[in-house]
Design a protein around this ligand. Sequence first.
Ligand code: E4P
Length: 220
Amino acid sequence: MELYLDTSDVVAVKTLARIFPLAGVTTNPSIVAAGKTPLEVLLPQLQEAMGGQGRLFAQVMATTAEGMVEDALKLRAIITDLVVKVPVTAEGLAAIKMLKARGVPTLGTAVYSAAQGLMAALAGAEYVAPYVNRVDAQGGDGIQTVAELQQLLTLHAPQSKVLAASFKTPRQALDCLLAGCESITLPLDVAQQLIASPAVDAAIAKFEQDWQNAFGRTSI
Ligand code: E4P
């Protein structure tokens, strides 16, 4: 599987790249806007924070297929192997097809239904990103959407991968992985929650206390 961070926080990426087996970093326009660092500066910084390893993802801003292709080429001029995120609209699907013909890898984003995700995969997207939490927030079932999309890709577009996105809890991420999806991107707080818990801290504190009581020190 592939584990990504969904962030523009360069310092956090450097810290977590040391801890987690990260496959790369995903961004979206809101994430980049929040950090206020333009992509031409941010993307090389993220690449360096990953130690030159891993894949980076950034999104087009144009709304026409031709404009999206232009944006994609600008983004790939910054990072040559960048995966270009394209919203799965009618124009976005046309752009994904055009970019596929040019050999540019894409991720179909803003996916709210399994059918929409399948169309992106058939158009040639390497990755498809269903928005788990946002589907839930609309009264839908994000995990069910991911499960259906994964099944559809396995049956009809096995060259494409689900990269599940939009998470508020580690449970949502685990449920996607249990549904068979191959990759996930997590915001920093959810990634940190994968390993942090008051129960773990309490268990370690108890080990230290027992050792201290027995040997008068906490070292071996
Ligand atoms: C991924 O493609 C999305 O940009 C992102 O994961 C959305 O996350 P959010 O719903 O927490 O904003």
